[in-house]
Design a protein around this ligand. Structure first.
Ligand code: CDP
Ligand code: CDP
Length: 229
């Protein structure tokens, strides 16, 4: 049996990380974990309790409420992993612009990160996992055999995310989407606790001009190379 790798995919907002992670996991028969969904779940919980909004973050009460936050993933009938918060499916709700506008304020809290990183490490304890996020190669799995850093032109990323939200019926403008991506990228890369960084041993994939199929081919070639060593 092949050695089961740990694959870490980090990068900017909406640059195709989950799309690649999901496709790789399917191809390799590995577990896929969207760590961003977990931060979105924690942010949704804080929003529901009025502990975070655009211009206010009640850090102490968010930390105190973590004991009431139970995050899990469950596959739907089509085999797609969906996020559950305290036993309820919140997959749709965590993708709204409201959550996108608050998530980075919650994700910068050290205790929130420790709480989720602990769970993420357990999910990948036996290898055979593809996890995407911001700090997977740097903090969650610093020994991952393959680390990919994804990037794409900001306008292309905004357009892709906009198309996705419109397709699911959201009323939103391209400008709102772009502003959110810029704001999150800035917050995520400048925060004190495990900021988004490109680690030295990461391989960069710029998918501005790649289809999801083409980015998968590139990543699979990297996997093949590592397995041969
Ligand atoms: O899908 P998108 O790139 O827009 O974001 P996401 O991966 O769903 O992550 C949402 C937010 O969670 C990010 O903007 C970060 O603030 C936070 N996050 C994080 O801090 N660390 C991670 N490993 C993953 C996400
Ligand atoms: O996980 P992350 O936020 O980095 O991005 P994603 O949710 O995987 O991708 C954002 C959007 O870009 C989705 O609608 C993907 O289908 C699309 N995408 C694309 O059009 N071409 C790629 N090469 C990668 C992603």
């Amino acid at each position: 049996k092949d050695k089961e790798l740990t694959i870490a995919i980090d990068g900017w907002s909406s640059c195709g990380k989950s799309t690649l992670a999901k496709a790789l996991a399917k191809e390799l028969n590995y577990v896929f974990v969207d760590s961003g969904a977990m931060y979105r779940g924690a942010a949704l919980h804080a929003m529901r309790n009025n502990l975070v909004s655009r211009n206010h973050v009640d850090i102490n009460r968010i930390i105190a409420s973590l004991s009431d936050v139970k995050i899990s993933f469950k596959n739907n009938a089509k085999g797609k992993a969906e996020l559950y918060l305290n036993g309820k499916n919140v997959e749709k709700e965590i993708r709204t612009i409201e959550v996108s506008n608050s998530v980075s304020s919650v994700a910068k809290i050290k205790e929130v990160r420790l709480f989720l990183v602990k769970q993420q490490r357990i999910m990948g304890i036996n290898g055979g996992v593809v996890m995407d996020g911001r700090d997977i190669g740097s903090i969650v799995f610093p020994l991952a055999e393959l680390k990919i850093f994804m990037t794409a032109d900001p306008d292309i990323r905004a357009q892709r995310r906009y198309d996705e939200l419109i397709a699911q019926g959201d009323k939103i403008t391209l400008e709102e989407v772009k502003a959110n991506l810029i704001e999150r990228d800035e917050m995520d890369s400048t925060r004190e606790e495990s900021p988004l960084t490109q680690v030295d041993d990461a391989i960069v994939i710029d998918n501005s001009n790649l289809t999801p199929e083409q980015q998968l081919v590139k990543a699979l070639a990297l996997v093949k190379k590592i397995k041969k060593v």
